[in-house]
Structure formats: structure tokens, C-alpha cells
Design a protein around this ligand. Structure first.
Ligand SMILES: [Zn+2]
Length: 113
């Protein structure tokens, strides 16, 4: 896998991260206390529309680390990421190398705005 491909995959994941951030904000602003919400799988497949179930605090726990993303089980691209947590519904992955660097960079940009 070349560097350009890795960069593209990392950016795909960032797109779903933005969508999920909005789901999180909406849920918080409504003050709903549902046990879990449906977030989008944040894997690097831009066409993937699978959902993962997380509580808001679980989601925020993942988001606290810019290199960490939540994906459906087995939606892991081993060239750019590794699994740090496995639960029955989903996996938490962490980016390494260039993909990790891009994730941190994009996170910094989105918090500036
Ligand atoms: Zn996926």
C-alpha cells in the first residue's frame, strides 16, 4: 500500500468522524439519556454505512484520542491501524504512521474552527 492510498483512507475515516461528532452534539443538546446511540462506522471504506452502537460516554472516550476511531468488527485496515479495544458490537482502532499523523492534523484543524 503506497503513501497516497494510506492518506486517502485516513481522510475517508475523518469524514465519518465529522458526521459522528454531529450525532454526538445533537444527542447532547437534546439531553437524551438513551443507553446507546447509532454512530456510523468510521472505517476507511467511504461507501460503508454500517452503524455501531455506543453510549455518549463511550464515544467521547474514543474521541478523546485523536488517533482512535470506532469501527465495525473486522473493518480494520491493518496497514494503517491496529485494534486497541474489542467489544461484541465494534472495535476501537488506533492509526499508526502517516495515517496517525493525518488524523492528529485533521483533529487539530477541526477544533480551530
Ligand atoms: Zn465500516
Amino acid at each position: 500500500m503506497d503513501e497516497a492510498t494510506k492518506a486517502r483512507l485516513a481522510k475517508n475515516e475523518d469524514f465519518f468522524r465529522e458526521v459522528n461528532a454531529r450525532i454526538n452534539e445533537t444527542a447532547e443538546s437534546h439531553g437524551l439519556d438513551s443507553p446507546s446511540y447509532e454512530f456510523f462506522c468510521e472505517c476507511s471504506d467511504a461507501t460503508c454505512v454500517e452503524r455501531v452502537n455506543l453510549t455518549l460516554s463511550e464515544y467521547e472516550h474514543v474521541r478523546a484520542e485523536p488517533k482512535r476511531f470506532v469501527v465495525k468488527n473486522n473493518h480494520v485496515v491493518k496497514e494503517i491501524e491496529h485494534v486497541v479495544e474489542t467489544v461484541p458490537d465494534h472495535m476501537v482502532i488506533e492509526k499508526h504512521g502517516e495515517a496517525g499523523r493525518i488524523a492528529v492534523e485533521l483533529e487539530a484543524k477541526s477544533t480551530e474552527e
